[in-house]
Design a protein around this ligand. Structure first.
Ligand code: ZN
Length: 112
């Protein structure tokens, strides 16, 4: 059993899918996790944060990581795809972008 770094129901489903080795779509409901550090920002009221595209998907750097990640993106030639507007929480911005029925698909590295 892989150790679960989060205490969220959906993370338990992710860990079960990883342990099972079978690709599994998992609804994310209203959960928002920073793609850079894994911080749970679901109920974090802070604005800030940005999105960028790469590795076949869109990634979101939360207010916890945006200031650190933006120079790294610039250095790698990866453009910022979007920024969280002021007076909107990063989590609300991400939820608005992904829509009501978002899910993630857990696969093993290299699997499709
Ligand atoms: Zn972060």
């Amino acid at each position: 059993m892989t150790e679960n770094p989060f205490s969220l129901p959906f993370s338990a489903a992710v860990m079960a899918a990883l342990d099972g080795g079978t690709p599994a779509p998992i609804p994310v409901d209203r959960t928002v996790i920073c793609d850079c550090c894994g911080e749970n920002v679901t109920d974090d009221p802070r604005a800030g944060g940005l999105t960028f595209n790469g590795l076949g998907g869109t990634w979101a750097a939360g207010p916890c990581c945006a200031k650190r990640e933006e120079p790294r993106l610039r250095a790698s030639g990866t453009p910022v795809a979007g920024r969280c507007p002021e007076r909107v929480s990063f989590a609300d911005r991400v939820r608005a972008m992904r829509g009501p029925d978002a899910s993630i698909k857990v696969t093993r590295r290299g699997a499709r």
